[in-house]
Design a protein around this ligand. Structure first.
Ligand SMILES: Cc1cc2nc3c(=O)[nH]c(=O)nc-3n(C[C@H](O)[C@H](O)[C@H](O)COP(=O)(O)O)c2cc1C
Length: 308
């Protein structure tokens, strides 16, 4: 009997649906699946109020954990053969509930010397968040053996508009009836079941060495070089903003609120003015950057933790 643990936090249910579909093709009478939902002691309301959405930015980005409900004691009775870890990104960083779990004693016990497959459900900027997650997994002595990254495949700017409609309005539907649906498409969510087959094969053989290549053949990860560049640059700037805002006070402090409004305006400027300019520069320099872009593509598609 193989024991699989699925750890997840999912506000809208999108990531949970993806995970459930992956699991659907792994389960049989030789597999026992345990789900562990991460529950913050103080929950995050959905749909988001705009000020609450921005208020989680400093703690998300600086990876400051929140308190989680203690897992049931029975969770620790088993040694798991594989952990599927649901990963959603908040402000280019693993979400606060996920980060909090990975920094907990519970994670250290559950993940130690255990193969982990990360399953991402994000808008489209997840690469640097996954790099941060790799470090958190290393600190738990876990072994990352696979990664599946499902994203909104529409144009970046379209996905910004539609995710705002979803997060603040609460419905994953077509804004004004004309925009595409936000988030990961129904087709990709349903299609996630295909990833279960190679995972099961690796699990049965107890050999995960070629799992990521098998997942890549199934289109588990697509690296878009411009988004990767934007993610890296935005991380540098977010770091300055987060460190500045955290010093302005705790939740509800008026100074902090004022600076979060400035950050909101900065984000709008970055997305609608700066990013298109950087995109033009990116296109112009593409020919001379080709080698390093293809090296990065290979690395970010892999589950290796250091660049070669
Ligand atoms: C506060 C917040 C920040 C987010 N930041 C990002 C981001 O930086 N990159 C990204 O690709 N998606 C981002 N998303 C989208 C989430 O990764 C995720 O796809 C969405 O919240 C649905 O996940 P769920 O399964 O938890 O409902 C963000 C969502 C929230 C709520």
């Amino acid at each position: 009997m193989k024991e699989i643990l699925v750890v997840y936090y999912s506000q809208t249910g999108q990531l949970f649906d993806i995970l459930r579909n992956v699991v659907s093709t792994i389960v049989d009478n030789q597999m026992n699946v345990t789900y562990h939902q991460l529950v913050p002691k103080t929950g995050y309301d959905f749909p988001w109020k705009k000020d609450k959405f921005f208020d989680v930015f400093p703690e998300s980005f600086l990876q400051i954990p929140c308190e989680l409900e203690e897992p049931n004691a029975e969770l620790f009775d088993k040694k798991y053969d594989l952990v599927l870890l649901g990963h959603q990104v908040w402000f280019l960083t693993p979400s606060i509930p996920l980060n909090s779990f990975l920094k907990s004693e519970a994670a250290k016990k559950l993940l130690k010397n255990t193969p982990v497959v990360t399953v991402i459900g994000a808008r489209n900027m997840w690469i640097q968040a996954q790099e941060k997650l790799k470090k958190l997994l290393l600190a738990c002595d876990a072994k990352l053996v696979g990664n599946i990254a499902l994203v909104d495949r529409h144009l970046n700017h379209i996905s910004v508009i539609t995710i705002t409609h979803w997060m603040f309005g609460g419905k994953k539907d077509k804004m004004y009836g004309v925009f595409p649906k936000p988030g990961v498409s129904e087709k990709d969510i349903r299609g996630a079941s295909k990833f279960g087959f190679p995972i099961k094969e690796a699990l049965m053989a107890n050999n995960f060495s070629s799992l990521q290549n098998a997942l890549l053949e199934l289109d588990a990860v697509r690296i878009k070089p411009f988004l990767s560049l934007a993610d890296k640059r935005a991380n540098l700037l977010f770091s300055k903003w987060a460190n500045l805002i955290i010093k302005k006070g705790g939740h509800g402090d008026s100074k902090r609120k004022k600076w979060l409004v400035f950050f909101n305006y900065y984000l709008l400027l970055a997305i609608w003015v700066i990013a298109p300019i950087v995109f033009i520069v990116f296109l112009l320099t593409y020919p001379i950057m080709m080698n390093s872009i293809s090296r990065e593509k290979k690395y970010f598609s892999s589950v290796t933790t250091t660049k070669d």
